[in-house]
Design a binder for this molecule. Structure first.
Ligand SMILES: [Zn+2]
Length: 133
């Protein structure tokens, strides 16, 4: 699928339309099937193109992932190297349950999982708050 910025020659409106291919656009336009959404004119041409700036978080998958992670960590407390101990203490009822994130080695994560403590790896590395300037 490709998107074209189209312009109505009658009213001057610009709009976006999706097509399977450039040839598909040509065919539909020739058949009068491409119409202005405002005035229904089929007198349509491709609008002058401007460089497309990627919309925030829409095209960059890393940015998407980062946004997702930020959402996941909202209200989560960074516990750094205390992660394993904190997770165990919460699991054992020694301290109140809360959302935390921190460092754990693969071994530590495995042993937590074996003890029935759910841990999930984060998609991206986290910068500890103490290291953020
Ligand atoms: Zn129009």
């Amino acid at each position: 699928m490709i998107v074209f910025d189209l312009q109505c020659r009658d009213g001057g409106e610009t709009f976006e339309a999706w097509f399977r291919s450039s040839a598909d656009y040509d065919e539909q336009r020739a058949a009068g099937l491409v119409q202005c959404p405002v005035c229904r004119s089929a007198n349509i041409e491709k609008a002058p193109m401007a460089p497309r700036v990627p919309r925030k978080g829409s095209s960059n998958s890393l940015a998407k992932l980062a946004a997702l992670q930020a959402e996941m960590l909202k209200g989560s407390r960074w516990v750094g190297d205390e992660f394993t101990d904190t997770a165990r203490a919460m699991h054992g009822g020694e301290i109140a349950l809360e959302q935390v994130h921190g460092n754990a080695t693969l071994e530590q994560a495995k042993s937590l999982a074996e003890d029935g403590i759910p841990v999930a790896p984060l998609p991206l590395p986290v910068t500890p708050p103490s290291q953020v300037n």
